[in-house]
Write a protein that binds this ligand. Structure first.
Ligand SMILES: Nc1ncnc2c1ncn2[C@@H]1O[C@H](COP(=O)(O)OP(=O)(O)O)[C@@H](O)[C@H]1O
Ligand SMILES: [Mg+2]
Length: 348
């Protein structure tokens, strides 16, 4: 069992702050995803937990014990990286077995452990192959098995799927999800891919420039983004956001008029493409079609509102031409409101 506590953890290099005031308790067996754009501090946070990077502020605790000064090897964490660095001259079996040898684990148990780990990632039939004789996805699974075989207390994975092509990424993602269910080990998983985060996580931590923006379940983050950054990072397409002005209980921007319950002033209004619908008569947004995208199961209609492109998901049978006027119904209750300056969410 392993509960991980980050108490106001920070990392600074000279005057540059890589991670600022990270404060979170990760429950035993939780699958936590750190999500954010490149350079936001995900890897640094993970490396501090692993002990590969010094903490410059705060404390990290594993099962109630401060580990700031513990060597990586004494923390009982296993890491899987984006580049899987297998030993090219060893076959799959020996690659998976390697951590057991290094850690001086009783040789009599090796065969059993290697076979169990390789079965979990469906590599049983490839044990005799060298890494060069494997596909990218199989190599990544060897790296996973090599981490599993140690039966660590904590699993750290840093963008483990990013070297795989799109199709393989989806199947390997499913495998990681299934594996984590089976292993039930506390896992911290780093990615910049919001779909990976949404599909894998018990909770997601959204980061920007070293600062945590929101922590919540995938549903919470999707349904109630804490600010415009989170709103624009989660979902495909991301939430539609438009800047406008509220006067007398009505939000107005070019082509837009939506009743809202908010005080007068500048504001950002957001809604998701699937929440709005085509209006029969005059809706709250009326504008010429900027582009139409056929998605197979639906049609994505985009219009230009002020400076922003706004997308609405329509039926797959929808037919129109670029330039035709369309009108959308955007009910008040589906709208999200954010402060104009800070971008912080207003209300529930
Ligand atoms: N050793 C270092 N010295 C100085 N800055 C660093 C060092 N390592 C990382 N950084 C900076 O810290 C920030 C966060 O990096 P990182 O944690 O790798 O981001 P992410 O994994 O989210 O892409 C980046 O701006 C990066 O350039
Ligand atoms: Mg990184």
């Amino acid at each position: 069992m392993a509960e991980i506590q980050l108490r106001n953890v920070g990392k600074r290099w000279g005057s540059f702050i890589g991670v600022h005031n990270f404060d979170l308790t990760i429950a035993d067996r939780e699958f936590l995803v750190l999500l954010g754009p490149s350079g936001c501090g995900k890897t640094t946070t993970m490396r501090m937990i692993a002990g590969l990077e010094d903490v410059t502020e705060g404390e990290i605790l594993i099962d109630g014990k401060v580990v700031n000064d513990l060597e990586p090897k004494d923390r009982d964490v296993a890491m899987v990286f984006q580049s899987y660095a297998l030993y090219p001259n060893m076959n799959v079996y020996e690659n998976i077995r390697f951590p057991l040898k290094v850690r001086g684990i009783d040789p009599a148990t090796h065969d059993d452990k290697v076979r169990r780990a390789s079965a979990m990632v469906e590599l049983d039939d490839f044990l005799h192959r060298k890494p060069a004789e494997l596909s990218g996805g199989q190599r990544q699974r060897v790296a996973l098995a090599r981490a599993i075989v140690r039966e660590p207390n904590v699993f750290l994975m840093d963008e483990p799927l990013s070297n795989l092509d799109a199709k393989l990424r989806v199947s390997t993602r499913a495998q990681i999800k299934n594996l984590s269910h089976e292993l039930a080990v506390t896992t911290i998983y780093v990615t910049h891919d919001q779909i990976e985060a949404m599909t894998l996580a018990d909770r997601v931590v959204v980061m920007k420039q070293g600062v945590v923006q929101q922590v919540g379940s995938p549903t919470e983050i999707y349904d109630r983004p804490a600010n415009t950054f989170v709103a624009s990072f989660i979902g495909s397409p991301a939430m539609n956001l438009m800047e406008g002005e509220v006067t007398g209980g009505v939000f107005r921007a070019e082509h837009v008029e939506i009743p809202v319950s908010a005080p007068d002033g500048p504001m950002t209004l957001g809604f998701r493409a699937e929440d709005a619908s085509l209006a029969e008569g005059a809706g709250q947004i009326t504008a010429p079609i900027y582009t139409l995208e056929l998605l197979g199961d639906a049609t994505m209609i985009s219009v230009r509102v002020g400076g922003a492109l706004v997308s609405v998901k329509a039926d797959k049978s929808f037919r129109a031409e670029i330039g035709d006027d369309v009108s959308f119904s955007v009910p008040t209750e589906i709208c999200h409101l954010f402060e104009a300056g800070s971008g912080a969410r207003i209300g529930e």
